[in-house]
Design a protein around this ligand. Structure first.
Ligand code: NAP
Length: 287
């Protein structure tokens, strides 16, 4: 049985690493704020001393951190991943980052004697905890196949999309659709309120028709209560809109709807909602 490492035990990494441990795998964990390792150690994981040490002591190490800057810090920082990959160690970055950063990291890992796959995930806190994420992988095909026993514990579906960068691109396309759906939804909810319509009637009408979806069904009732416990931090949703717009810029692809939605997310961040759930963009739509 392969030995796995997991770096980054935030909302997503915690759930994925716990699932690996609970499935009986030998797992070594590391997190920048080390107290987040405690729950994993109590569940049966071993605590690593640095990203380099985890990668060097495991066959395949997974990581899920905030953004491109965090991914680069993990790899290129002191005692970082790059210092542990020699001799064919495998590294799978599951963070949502831009394709250029994924390519820079992938090339550096391979040059240092390691193996690389990107595998950003679609899904949120709940799917990370119950192992029903969708994994969008790209890079070394053989590593994708080798990682399958771990992927099948973390997700319900894994797709292989080709060269490094394609996983990041797919993830950004998916999340720009989700972000614009969310802002349209919150503008509809707040317009309904101002027009003296019942938001419950609106949710019922939406759910009965072709626009019915788990996101509206899940977030709608929470929005009614203005309950924004964090499953997907708003600051990360805005980061994904920004990175998707950057991709559009590079390809000279017009994205006026995404650009407008990004402005609403920026406004929400400036209202201090960055660490709240991304559905709290509702409060920015309300003004
Ligand atoms: P989170 O709860 O904010 O966790 C972020 C993690 O990144 C923490 O472990 C944090 O360490 C670590 N980190 C940040 N900066 C770092 C640095 N410079 N060096 C090392 N570690 C660093 O975020 P999350 O929701 O788990 O999201 C993680 C990634 O998954 C993001 O790219 C996000 O876009 C993506 N994602 C999230 C969701 C979701 O619904 N939450 C869904 C799909 C994809 P500390 O604990 O020390 O701060």
């Amino acid at each position: 049985m392969a030995k796995y490492g997991y770096l980054g035990l935030g909302i997503m990494g915690r759930g994925m690493a716990l699932n690996l441990v609970n499935a009986g795998h030998d797992v070594v964990v590391w997190n920048r704020s080390s107290e987040k390792c405690d729950e994993l150690v109590a569940a049966g994981a071993t605590k690593g001393s640095s990203p380099a040490e985890v990668v060097a002591s495991c066959d395949i190490t997974f990581a899920c951190v905030s953004d491109p800057e965090a991914s680069k810090a993990l790899v290129f920082g002191e005692n970082g991943v790059l210092e542990g990959v020699a001799g064919g160690k495998a590294y799978v970055d599951m963070s949502t980052i831009d394709p250029g950063t994924a390519q820079t990291i992938g090339a550096a890992i391979v040059e240092a004697g390691g193996r690389y796959l990107e595998a950003p995930v679609s899904g949120s806190k709940g799917p990370a905890e119950n192992g029903t994420l969708i994994l969008l992988a790209a890079g070394e095909r053989a590593l994708f196949d080798e990682a399958e026993p771990a992927f099948s514990v973390m997700g319900k579906k894994s797709v292989f999309l080709g060269e490094v960068g394609q996983g990041a691109r797919m993830k950004l396309v998916v999340n720009m659709i989700m972000g614009t759906m969310m802002t349209a939804f919150t503008e509809g909810m707040t317009l309904a309120e101002k027009a003296n319509l019942s938001t419950q009637d609106l949710l019922d009408v939406l759910d009965a028709g072709a626009m019915s979806n788990p996101m509206f069904r899940g977030k709608g009732p929470l929005m009614q209560k203005e309950s924004f416990a964090t499953a997907f931090p708003l600051k990360h949703a805005q980061k994904d809109m920004r990175l998707a717009l950057l991709l559009g810029d590079e390809l000279a692809h017009g994205m006026p709807t995404v650009a407008a939605s990004n402005e609403v997310f920026k406004k929400a961040r400036n209202k201090g909602l960055g660490d709240s759930d991304f559905s709290s963009v509702y409060l920015a739509s309300k003004d």
